[in-house]
Design a protein around this ligand. Sequence first.
Ligand SMILES: *Cc1c(COP(=O)(O)O)cnc(C)c1O
Length: 344
Amino acid sequence: MATGKLTIDLDALISNWKALDSMTACETAAVVKADGYGLGADRVARALARAGARKFFVAVAEEGVALRQALGPGPEINVFSGHMSGDTDMISDMQLVPMLNSIDQMLRHVEALPGAPFGIQLDTGMNRLGMEAAEWGAVREIAASQNPTLVMSHLACADDPEHPMNPTQLRVFHEMTAGFDAPRSLAATGGILLGEDYHFELTRPGIGLYGGMPFVDATPVAALSIPVLQVRDVEEGETVGYSNTWMAERPSRVATIAAGYADGIIRAMGAEAWVHAGDTPCKIIGRISMDLIGVDITDLGEEPDHLDLLGRHQSVDTLADAAGTIGYEILTSMGARYGRRYKG
Ligand SMILES: *Cc1c(COP(=O)(O)O)cnc(C)c1O
């Protein structure tokens, strides 16, 4: 087989959820949008539901449909993008709870599905999703009469605990929800780490569950092992890969492994990235191709049958740094060609 093997440790996932849950006195939901940050929303959500998670969040109604099929009736499935035109049947048939982001969405929802549950998303400064103060003022009374399940907002800078945007958004959230009788939620992973002022009645961690920063104490969840297709000797002065960007400065052994940018291994990370043979780091060399990557194994002293891109020695965030991106993008780019194995 020439496909990478992605191992997803569900026990690690559960221990991350429990660790984040134990940092607060309130309820902890789980964000499983983008197919559970690339790791498989169905398996991830079922594992978390078994561990005690009762509330889930997805980005769009279509993800909610798939999640309901995986979870069955019971767990609450919330949709960040709210109630868009075309969503009504999915919301109703699959018992999804839209987070309404505008007056238009609120009118659509109460007209199409009177009495159906909904939450409200408020904008407290990120200017991405949610009602602004003036809009909220106009519908607040109507909303209150319908008993929303949740009032939520999202922090723009929670990965930086010192950022002044955090207390600013917290203050605005307090102002906008003062006297409003509904459970509140402000914190994702970063917000949980900011402390109890940010916790309210529900937190919504995503990345921390999957082993990513800013949850520094997270247990790694994803491991990626890539088969070696071929090993060759390269003489001093010979080049490897497209555009001859790497030239051997000594007689070298080069392994070609079976993954590339079509599998979400970002081409730009080439010059900075490493793979591991057991405990030994080996440098990625030359351009990352669509399906192949060259690796310098000269100092290894053996021929490995696979090399690890993600695992004990290299986290999603280390890899993200090499590519100038964030762990979120590494995880959600993980390719469809990998063989996936769930542990736990
Ligand atoms: C993605 C998302 C989350 C989860 O954020 P993490 O940083 O992954 O914990 C929570 N709330 C909203 C609105 C989101 O878009």
